[in-house]
Design a binder for this molecule. Structure first.
Ligand code: ATP
Length: 242
């Protein structure tokens, strides 16, 4: 179980971003957990805090009963928490194969996610093993980002807007891969900018302006309320009308 309680997180330059976020996620999960919210809602901030990359100002995070609030990213990685960051954050001059080799030094001794298994999951990468990251298409880069994270054999994968900028067919493929992961023992938390991609999620959590507004238990209860709330939030002007 992942329990987040009253989490407040901010940045020195932009002040408080997350406000009293309280969230409980079952781990291993019954399916995908989706955090949905418009740009700037704080989704990345939340995932980065869970991955130990940001220290909360207050509140707590417990993983299977253990207080992991403010843990170091390396500790999080060793505990089986992997982040597939937004914007892919690959090493441009390293090849696909070298990306796998690079994370191997930090992972637990567990070969559940061998490179072969990952290439089966993302066949497009198989022909690209010797290519540098900056020679890959956007879709291939996204696949590599997820494959690199899975190579660490995580039990919790945090995927930040994994379909951003991708053609619909490719985005659907990525979502299918992520949706299938819980059955293979990986709990997935995916941040998405809209409710549409979360249609197959088991639990959906709506974050707007740094606050958790709604949670739904199953895909069936991804209700109109959630969608309406998001639509209304999206429609809000960013500046007062003159
Ligand atoms: P997006 O979909 O646009 O990435 P998001 O929901 O993931 O949005 P965040 O990236 O967490 O939201 O951003 C939430 C707020 O925190 C925004 O106002 C943003 O400007 C601010 N922010 C994010 N990262 C930083 C940073 N490194 N330094 C300062 N402020 C930041």
């Amino acid at each position: 179980m992942l329990r987040v309680r009253d989490l407040a997180v901010g940045y020195p330059t932009s002040g408080p971003v997350l406000h009293a976020v309280t969230l409980t996620l079952t781990l291993p999960g019954p399916g995908l957990h989706a955090i949905i919210g418009p740009n700037g809602a704080g989704k990345t901030t939340l995932l980065h805090t869970l991955a130990g990359q940001l220290r909360p100002a207050s509140g707590s995070i417990h993983l299977d009963g253990q207080d992991v609030t403010g843990w170091h990213p390396t500790t999080a990685a060793r505990a089986g928490v992997a982040l597939a960051p937004q914007g892919r954050r690959l090493w441009k001059s390293l090849t696909v194969g070298e990306h796998f080799a690079t994370v191997r030094t930090t992972v637990r001794d567990d070969d559940r996610w061998s490179v072969e298994a990952l290439l089966e999951m993302f066949p497009a990468l198989a022909a690209r093993l010797g290519h540098r990251a900056d020679q890959l298409s956007g879709g291939e880069q996204q696949m590599l980002t997820i494959a690199r994270a899975l190579h660490t054999a995580p039990r919790l994968l945090l995927a930040d807007e994994p379909t951003e900028g991708l053609a619909p067919a490719l985005a659907a493929h990525i979502m299918t891969v992520l949706t299938d992961l819980p059955a293979r023992g990986v709990t997935v938390v995916v941040a998405l900018p809209h409710a549409a991609g979360a249609a197959r999620a088991a639990t959906v959590h709506l974050l707007t302006a740094g606050r958790l507004r709604e949670s739904a238990d199953t895909a069936d209860t991804v209700t109109d309320t959630l969608r309406r709330h998001l639509t209304l939030t999206d429609a809000e002007p960013t500046e007062p009308a003159p």
